[in-house]
Design a protein around this ligand. Sequence first.
Ligand SMILES: [Fe+2]
Ligand SMILES: [Fe+2]
Length: 152
Amino acid sequence: MMAEHREHERLFLMHRKALLDRDLPRARRAFTEFATTLREHAELEERHVLPAYAEAGGDATDSPPAQILKEHDKLRNFLANLDRRLAELAEPVDDAELLDLLDAEAWLKNLMAHHDLREGRAVYPFLSEHLDEPSQVRVLETVRGARNPTDP
Ligand SMILES: [Fe+2]
Ligand SMILES: [Fe+2]
């Protein structure tokens, strides 16, 4: 799951590069791919990883499941907000508006970095330490199954 964070960063960067090129159609397409991937990732964590984390004792840590949920909600709010701003952006893109949008995106970038640290240093290491191996395999397989519902 942590490897997927690198993929989110890559997709977000592609979108930002397209914005710098002032190529709005490409920037919107890249943003949609980025946002869809990130939303799906957070949803799978909420449905399959956080329950296992709570069961393994995550509530007693300083990164409880409720905190992860709160950050996911913040991420989703950012995505919805940027989605709207991108849709409203007119061509040719005005310098001030472009800079404003990039500033707003920097907040999302920071939140992603913060969330990455929280999951990478707290949630996933805690799970590998406190969840027995068969349960870890089960969670990962459930996530994989949810992603590819046609897999046997
Ligand atoms: Fe994650
Ligand atoms: Fe997450």
